[in-house]
Design a protein around this ligand. Structure first.
Ligand SMILES: [Zn+2]
Ligand SMILES: [Zn+2]
Length: 418
């Protein structure tokens, strides 16, 4: 246990004060246009209608729920676009990159972009505590090579400063890798030292460490790794943890003894990994008050694979039941629960996954297999139709997101080189 701090977030069962949905309505705008159109010639009316349709976004309904479900959306074309992209899929939380995740440096955020981002957050009713920006994939604060680590630190600090400019509270990053040149303990101390330095150079953003699948020399597949970092962080109010369900499932060790048992239940799987239910064990090792978000990913590869391969919800080895546990667990309310599943360049898949997960929250104590199977099928149908009909784009923001999806699986391998 790192430090016991009672969280006010835990098990309150209450919703927060976020303005849920103040979304401009397409139909409302259209009727205003019609009223004002008397006396206009038909072609200008048609033109205006066309323009209005282009400019008026179509948003999915957002349900009011204490479980804040969303996805890692694209910020291509301006950081403010991310807020819009979240609203389009009915997300109550979202993740984004605050700069290109594969470049060491990017142009600064323009004051105009920052202003638009903040105003979109306000208009669309998002709370900054439900936004979980994701750090650059290049950053490795655990690298024993001083020059390389300094380069990572500068990139990390720049990310944190961007978050603060945008009024965001959280920042999620991968802990790092020993690159085979240091012991785990040495790298853990280097990571903690960078966090302490970054906390002094910034004012408020909370650095949220992500658990990893456990490939190569990567740090963070064990709760003990994360606890080891947190223990050495001076300002405990500036550090948190984000749990990725796929990474947790992949990182399970010692499973060979029961290799013939087919486990799809997240909690049962975690028994092998953690001796008891995953979240309770997290509380014992780290402390629930540190849990600031979840990455909601099913896994393409089986338990203990040590591979980071995200699958759509209910279509992988975790299964929908695992996610039912999550979205009915009161300890996981009011933190961002973010999908990083394949979207195939469409909005429909995430919209469907979010809708199904929100419906699962209402199935208290009813986890009948048939019901869950039916809901899984709903997701599967959308995924199958969209993955067949939409080939990946060659350029633009969509392509960038596609790369995130495809490459996300390789992010650990990549980090191992950094
Ligand atoms: Zn990640
Ligand atoms: Zn991953």
């Amino acid at each position: 246990m790192v430090q016991t701090r009672k969280s006010s977030r835990v098990a309150t069962g209450s919703t927060d004060n976020v303005k849920e949905t103040q979304i401009p309505s397409k139909s409302r705008k259209r009727s205003t246009l019609d009223e004002g159109s008397t006396g206009q010639d038909k072609s200008s009316r048609t033109k205006r209608r066309k323009k209005d349709e282009l400019e008026t976004p179509s948003y999915s309904d957002r349900v009011s729920s204490p479980w804040k479900i969303g996805a890692h959306v694209s910020a291509a074309g301006g950081i403010e676009k991310a807020v819009h992209n979240a609203a389009v899929i009915g997300a109550n939380a979202f993740a984004l990159f605050v700069k290109s995740q594969r470049k060491w440096t990017s142009p600064p955020l323009s004051p105009d972009s920052i202003e638009k981002f903040k105003s979109q957050m306000n208009t669309l009713g998002y709370s900054s505590s439900h936004v979980l920006p994701h750090g650059s994939y290049l950053i490795n604060l655990g690298n024993p090579d001083e020059e390389k680590r300094e380069k990572s630190y500068q990139c990390f600090l720049d990310d944190l400063q961007r978050c603060e400019l945008l009024g965001l509270e959280l920042y999620n990053f991968h802990p790092g890798s020993t690159v085979g040149q240091a012991t785990k303990e040495e790298s853990i101390s280097l990571i903690a030292a960078s966090l302490n330095r970054a906390h002094k150079a910034t004012s408020s953003v909370v650095t949220v460490i992500e658990n990893m699948a456990g490939a190569g020399n990567i740090i963070g597949s064990l709760f003990e790794d994360l606890a080891g970092i947190i223990r050495q962080v001076e300002d405990k109010s500036r550090v948190g943890v984000c749990l990725d369900t796929c990474h947790m499932f992949a990182a399970v060790s010692g499973f060979s003894r029961v290799s013939n048992v087919q486990l799809t239940d997240f909690c049962r799987a975690m028994i092998y990994r953690l001796k008891k239910a995953g979240i309770s064990d997290f509380d014992t090792h780290i402390g629930l008050s540190y849990l600031r978000g979840l990455h909601m990913n099913d896994s393409k590869t089986p338990l203990a694979s040590k591979k980071d391969r995200h699958e759509n919800i209910g279509m992988g080895h975790l299964g929908l039941r695992a996610f039912h546990h999550i979205v009915t667990d009161p300890r996981l309310q009011n933190i961002p629960l973010v999908l990083e599943t394949p979207s195939f360049e469409t909005t429909e898949i995430w919209t469907k996954e979010i809708e199904v997960l929100n419906r699962l929250s209402d199935l208290h104590g009813q986890d009948e297999s048939a019901l869950l199977e039916g809901l899984s099928d709903e997701i599967k149908k959308v995924v199958q139709s969209k993955s067949n009909s939409k080939p990946p784009k060659k350029s633009g923001g969509g392509a960038r997101k596609k790369r995130h999806n495809a490459k996300d699986s390789e992010e650990e391998d990549e980090l191992d080189e950094a």
